[in-house]
Each structure stands twice: as C-alpha cells, then as structure tokens.
Design a protein around this ligand. Sequence first.
Ligand code: ATP
Ligand code: MG
Length: 310
Amino acid sequence: MSEEFGLLEPDENPGDEWEELDVSDTAADRIARRQDREFDEFRKRIKDTEQFKLQESVFDDATLAAIYKLVQDGYVDAFGGPVSTGKEASVFEALGGRAGERPESGARTADDAPGHPDREVAVKVYRINSSNFRQMRDYLEGDPRFEGIASDKKAVVLAWTKKEFANLSRARKAGVRVPEPIAVQRNVLVMELVGHADDRARRLSEVTVENPETAYGVVREYMRRLYRAGLIHGDLSEYNMIIHDGELVVIDLGQAVTVHHPNAGEFLERDCVNVANFFTRAGHSVSPDDLRAYVTEPEPDPTGEPESAQ
Ligand SMILES: Nc1ncnc2c1ncn2[C@@H]1O[C@H](COP(=O)(O)OP(=O)(O)OP(=O)(O)O)[C@@H](O)[C@H]1O
Ligand SMILES: [Mg+2]
C-alpha cells in the first residue's frame, strides 16, 4: 500500500509525455466507408463548390468525411476560399461552428477552447500522398511521443496532424503566441484564423519590419519559452511567422520536435541561423550563436537565492 503515499514523480523529460495515439481507424474513415445518404449529399455539395474544384487531389473520400465530421460536430460551419496551397497541406478560411456545444468523440477541443460561434477559423488539410512523406517520418521517428507509429503514409500523416495540434496546445500553454488549436480530425486541423478573410495576416517575409529590434526580442523570447516547454520549432523562419494588428504569431508547428529528438540540436541551430539572418537583413544585427545561447540558457532555479542576496 506504499503507493498511496508515493510522491508524484517529477517529469524527467518534459515534452515527451504523450497520450495513446490510435490512427488506425478514425471516425472519418468509418463515415467514408459507410457512405450513407447524408454524407453522400455533403460530398456532392462540397465537390461542386468553386473553391474546392481546384483542390480535388486533397479531397479523397476519407478527407471529405473528416470535414463532414468537423461540420457535424460543430467546429466548422461554412468554407471560404483557400489561403495557401503548399506541398504538404492546403489551408482554407472557414466560419467556425458552435464548437464545444456538442462534445463528441474523434475531434477534440483544446482545454482552453470554448465555443466561439461565427468566428473565422483556418482549416489545414494535410495531403496523405505528401511528397515529403519520407522527411515527415524522419521527424516522427526520433520523437519519443510517436514510438511505434506504423510506417505507412496514412498513419504518418495522421500522426503528424495530431502532432501539430498537440504542439500548438503546448506552445500556447508555454506563452507562445500561436493560433489557438480548435479541433483535429484525421488529416484535418481546425485552428484560429489569424487576421480576417478580408484582412489577411501576412508573413514576416512579406512585410517591412519597422522595428526589427523589438520584433526580434519577441521572437527570441518565444523561442526560449518553446524550448523551456520541451519543444523546438524545426522550421522557424520569416515564412512561418505571421503578423496581424501588430501581433507576431508563430505558425506551422507540425514538424516541431521535443528537445530529446536525436536531431534536436541541428534543428535548433537551423532555426537560430534563419531567424538571425532574417533580422540582420532587416537591420538589426544578430548572431545565431547569441540567439542559441539565449534560447537554451538554463531557467533560473526558483529555490536558489535571489540575485540581490548573492
Ligand atoms: N492560423 C492561421 N491563420 C492565418 N493564416 C494562416 C494560418 N495558418 C496558416 N496560414 C497561412 O497559410 C500558409 C501556410 O500555412 P503553413 O505554413 O502552416 O502550412 P505549410 O504546409 O507549411 O504550407 P507552406 O508549404 O505553404 O509553408 C501560411 O504561410 C499562412 O499564410
Ligand atoms: Mg509553412
């Protein structure tokens, strides 16, 4: 009975904890298999809409079923146009539904994501036949959260989508400004849309940074917070940071790895080089080594003597 009085084990490896991950048969796969009338009508309707005609390759039946499930569960109400079509994923604008009013299996809300009816959301749809599949697997394979994930494409992309959701949640908890994750279903992620359909957020690469020193201060603090929460972005650059209303938002956390990933050091180094180079070009000279030292500086020991008393 000694366990009854056992102390909680401190988390030795923050960032490595993970929940059971079942990517074998999602609710969306079951819907796609069943092909009932309601889903069939939804499928026809969505395939006919202008914004999807160009996207046909993204929307195989199981992907459509994932979108259908997100609509049914109240996370998405109506689709707007595409925001971006990349190699791995397409991002769409959409109207968010009454998320949270109908708690359901499959899709999840973030702990801190109560329903926000009528707000705009971003819907990121990952391609199962991603050309970067091999590279995705490399990121996942060294990640202790994903041990045992089968090496087939579907499982990898589904794990990847869940990973982006989890990374966004963790980044938010750590105080890093990222889009609020709302729901994930199969290969589809719903998150807060930064900016508005008619007033888009822009990438850092597309704007002239008026005050690079201040912006750099924000970025390096976010990198440090992320690192202290056990994560490294892994693809950080002016292309994966967006700006809206004077607010800088870090996006695209699908590839972010825990600090225990075998290539964590290399990813961090690359992020630091990209960020330092960008701000140096923008007029605020920064060295990648200084940035790295800042990001990885050990957290002050809260039990230690206050500095003034030393
Ligand atoms: N939550 C969001 N709010 C607003 N815009 C977003 C959001 N998420 C993504 N975008 C837009 O979509 C683009 C692509 O998103 P993201 O970087 O996450 O996907 P990606 O798969 O890396 O695509 P790419 O290969 O084009 O970089 C971003 O550069 C940004 O312009
Ligand atoms: Mg990107």
